[in-house]
Design a protein around this ligand. Sequence first.
Ligand code: 5GP
Ligand code: ZN
Length: 149
Amino acid sequence: MSNQHHDPACIFCKIVRGDIPSARVLETDHAVAFLDINPVNRGHVLLVPKAHHATLADLPDHLAAETASLVPRLARAIQAATGADGLNLVVNNGQVAGQTVFHGHWHLIPRFVDDPVNWPWPHDEYSGDELGQMQFRIERELRGGSTDG
Ligand code: 5GP
Ligand code: ZN
């Protein structure tokens, strides 16, 4: 499994293959979850498909589904182990979105009441027919099919 789509220069491929150490908490045939070395909060886990795909948007549907299926179980375990009050599931897809390691991955970040994490997420508004136009454009792209298609 880990020999597929392997990039020898990729830090997460090296972790997947065991070439550099990581604090693993879960491993399946297709995915690995391990502690982020610089956690937002303690217990911050990275969930990584074993195959190298630069961003989450590049993942084949079946691999995305298999990897994402581990999220609820991981979330329960992280919250139970850390005593967190909640959890953010985050994907940084592309440099502009804050991605620094180009091997697609999910962040599971435990959250605590009054923790120092500030989530600056401003909300905009649509005007006129912008919302309908946007719906149309995205639906039209989706009719192009899936990556497993
Ligand atoms: P990104 O910014 O690409 O969404 O997230 C990359 C994450 O990988 C960062 O949170 C960073 O702390 C973590 N990271 C980078 N290098 C290593 C490493 O060698 N080991 C571990 N465990 N985490 C790493
Ligand atoms: Zn990789």
